[in-house]
Design a protein around this ligand. Structure first.
Ligand code: 9Z3
Length: 296
């Protein structure tokens, strides 16, 4: 679990198929998490990265597991993982017991509970890492194709921060860009939107949720609505960078807008908003399944 290699297509196909077979009786969620990386050179030493620690995806995965889902956690390599996310700096808090040489961790509230939860749920959790934008796009497509036969039982939760811009392969310099050439001008092209094809061709019966990230509150709802119109999926969850841990807004194809905000009491109890998000999605997903099933 500690080192994740980028997988090739046949490995992804095998892993996802095995995982789905093993979890036949569960609802399945594909959760994307962390930011994509865009290289500036073919032999790349420089990159453009999208902001995301991976908290949203990692915490949501914990709540999907808690709600009975089996989760394909498609994440940026080295971003935060479910259960271990709170213990990134554990090394500095470890001590070696002089008598028996055993390592002890002190002062870490919740560590034992997180380890127990991880061990309880790990059979329902599949890690697949990505790094670069092109890997993200290609691998997500491969994963979704394998999961497509699940129909409405499949939930896709797109929390990863995906770049809108990239440099086309034919325009990428082969070697490291030299500073001796003076100031650097970059021409970035628009990333082709993959969500539309995913929703209409690859997983047309799945329940798909995307996130919309903005920094300007005044455009969040309109941007979320236009994403729903463009892609034809079920829910957009809008969030503002600075307040994303306290409030989000669910936007539906009907135009209905449903804000979720943590109360002071919930914040004082150290609740995380992902619990509320996932609880709500589970209800919506079950409704979606029963409507889809009644149509056949
Ligand atoms: C989000 O909006 C996520 O909530 C965050 C989570 C990236 C803000 P953290 O990982 O942050 O907890 O630190 N993700 C989606 C961002 C995105 O790229 N959305 C695309 C867009 O806005 C559409 S899929 O155009």
């Amino acid at each position: 679990m500690f080192h994740h290699e980028i997988l090739h297509d046949p490995q992804i196909v095998t892993k996802v198929n095995e995982f789905i077979n093993r979890n036949k009786d569960s609802l399945i969620a594909i959760v994307t998490s962390g930011g994509t990386r865009v290289p500036l050179e073919k032999n790349a030493v420089r990159f453009i990265d999208n902001f995301s620690m991976g908290n949203r995806g990692a915490i949501s995965t914990e709540w999907f597991l808690e709600n009975g889902y089996a989760v394909v956690f498609f994440h940026r390599e080295e971003s935060l993982k479910p259960y271990s996310r709170k213990f990134m700096h554990i090394f500095e808090h470890l001590q070696v017991n002089e008598e028996d040489g055993k390592v002890v961790a002190t002062g870490f509230d919740g560590l034992a509970e997180s380890i127990t939860k991880y061990n309880t749920y790990k059979n329902r959790l599949l890690y697949i890492p990505f790094t670069d934008l092109d890997q993200y796009m290609h691998m997500l497509d491969v994963i979704c194709k394998q999961a497509c036969p699940l129909g409405p039982r499949l939930l896709i939760y797109l929390a990863a921060a995906v770049s809108d811009f990239y440099i086309k392969r034919e325009e990428l310099p082969t070697h490291k860009i030299q500073s001796t050439n003076g100031d650097l001008q970059l021409k970035l092209s628009l990333v082709p939107k993959m969500l539309e094809r995913l929703v209409s061709n690859v997983v047309p019966n799945a329940f798909v949720i995307s996130f919309k990230l903005e920094t300007d509150e005044s455009i969040l709802i309109d941007k979320s609505k236009s994403a729903l119109e463009k892609y034809g999926h079920q829910v957009v969850i809008g969030n503002i960078l600075s307040t994303r841990k306290r409030k989000v807004v669910f936007v539906y194809p009907s135009g209905q807008v449903d804000p979720i905000e943590m109360s002071d009491d919930q914040i004082a109890k150290h609740m995380e908003i992902e619990e509320l998000i996932v609880d709500k999605l589970k209800i919506l997903h079950e409704k979606f399944i029963s409507i889809k099933n009644s149509k056949y």
